[in-house]
Write a protein that binds this ligand. Structure first.
Ligand code: CAO
Length: 415
């Protein structure tokens, strides 16, 4: 079967996590992704957090599936010529270098336009134009600058970063959408364009509900679904809300059977208004369904702590999976706190290709997260990440270089 992005060629100048997330997705949708790396070194993540000596790390392999790897020294004059040939042949150049690095290499937007006016140049940067535009940025910096850290954690503790890589992988997702959108517009205009996804912007986009709450706080001085209400205090900025739900249906994380020894024996429980009577019946508090202090969502808000304490008395008598089974029968929204071990072993995720086992020539078998976006007409087959420079000769031949020329360029240190 064909794939959605068949025929699209991506010149992949990305490294670490944000950019590679984007180009991996494009590769999974069928694009030919040619990753350019420095000979002898490659993407720095190849050697970061290694679990097996001298073998590409899981950090690298899990972010670079379905790509081809070519080595080019883009600061070498002959290497630059090879890169120019690739720019002429490709549709999109994706990069997440530090600000200005592409210009310093000699590949300004103007130069790229001269070489290929249809080229889309897509970049991840830490910040958009403004006071921090020249800064180098990693994941947690973006989480802090994008509003996630100040709104994550508990009221009596410091800001907390989340394990979800919303700065890197989140921005990579944003960039991928920008790229396919630009490709679509190019079908009308025939022109390329620049696509920028700043990590601060991407994180803030994912924290949209917290800017909503900032304005609610400024108008009313409090937010009744926050744990600070009714007995705590609100300051000028949105406080950390612990495990409170970001939406209009209050929720909290509750202990389940075994919590004393299992750090993940918990369940997320949402007291969705339409199923309130069922919740009362399940936990044995039938009288709450009609009691004036509990019967309506507004009446419940000042009592949320007591309500969740009562529900927890019930959840603590069940394992998280038993609780799920019972609650789902009544359409009560809830979710088990799953550990990475449980996720890795979950058969349904293997079946859908969300968790995939991949074989790698030097590492052997490992697990990865497959394509989370499923297209019915464009199936994804996850293929292992390339070894450093594995496809240099193949890509050079496609560009029209003879074996002798390739060998001479290698001797000159250009590839
Ligand atoms: N041949 C020759 N030179 C190459 C090359 C190649 N194939 N590939 C890269 N280089 C050079 C670049 O031109 C750059 O050189 P100059 O500094 O002389 O211009 C140099 O390698 C290093 O690039 P860098 O500054 O991007 O790398 P770094 O490790 O110092 O910084 C990072 C890493 C991520 C902080 C920075 O790239 C960045 O801020 N990127 C944008 C934001 C981003 O994506 N952050 C998320 C990263 S994922 O956690």
């Amino acid at each position: 079967m064909s794939q959605a992005l068949d025929g699209v060629r991506i010149l992949d100048f990305t490294h670490v996590q944000s950019g590679p997330t984007c180009t991996q997705l494009l590769a999974w949708f069928g694009a030919d992704v040619i990753k350019v790396e420095r000979a002898g070194a490659g993407d720095i993540t190849r050697e970061q957090l290694r679990d097996i000596p001298d073998v590409d790390s899981l950090y690298f392999t899990m972010l670079n599936h379905n790509k081809r790897s070519v080595t080019i020294d883009t600061k070498n004059p002959e290497g630059k010529q090879v890169l120019e040939a690739l720019i002429q042949k490709c549709d999109v150049l994706v990069e997440n270098f530090a600000p200005g690095a592409l210009d310093r290499m000699g590949f300004t937007w103007e130069r790229i336009q001269e070489l290929n006016p249809r080229m889309i140049v897509a970049s991840v940067k830490g910040f958009g134009p403004g006071p921090y535009e020249d800064c180098k940025v990693y994941e947690n910096v973006a989480q802090c600058a994008g509003g996630a850290a100040s709104t994550t954690g508990f009221d009596d503790g410091p800001p907390v970063v989340t394990g979800a890589q919303i700065g890197d992988s989140g921005t990579g997702l944003h960039l991928a959408l920008g790229i396919v959108t630009a490709l679509f517009q190019r079908t009308q205009t025939g022109r390329g364009q620049r696509v920028l996804a700043a990590m601060q912007d991407g994180v803030l986009n994912l924290c949209r509900v917290k800017l909503r709450d900032q304005q609610r706080l400024e108008r009313n001085g409090q937010m009744k679904e926050y744990p600070q209400y009714p007995n705590g205090t609100f300051g000028e900025a949105v406080p950390r809300a612990g495990n409170a739900s970001g939406g209009g249906q209050p929720g909290w994380i509750l202990k389940c059977k075994g919590w004393e020894t299992d750090p993940n024996a918990y369940i997320y429980f949402i007291t969705q208004a339409p199923v309130w009577a069922k919740i009362c019946s399940v936990i044995g508090k039938e009288e709450w369904a009609t009691h004036p202090d509990y019967a309506t969502p507004a009446a419940r808000l000042p009592h949320l702590k007591d309500i969740f304490a009562e529900i927890e008395r019930w959840t603590m008598t069940k394992t998280k999976f038993e609780a799920m089974q019972i609650l789902n029968k009544y359409d009560i929204p809830c979710g088990p706190i799953l550990s990475m071990k449980e996720i890795a072993e979950e058969p349904s995720l293997r079946k859908t290709g969300t968790i995939v086992e991949v074989d790698h020539p030097t590492r052997g078998k490992y697990l990865t997260v497959g394509n989370p976006i499923k297209l019915s007409d464009s199936p994804t087959e996850v293929k292992r990440s390339p070894l450093l420079g594995e496809h240099t000769d193949e890509v050079m031949a496609e560009l029209g270089y003879s074996p002798e020329q390739i060998s001479a360029l290698r001797t000159a240190g250009a590839i």
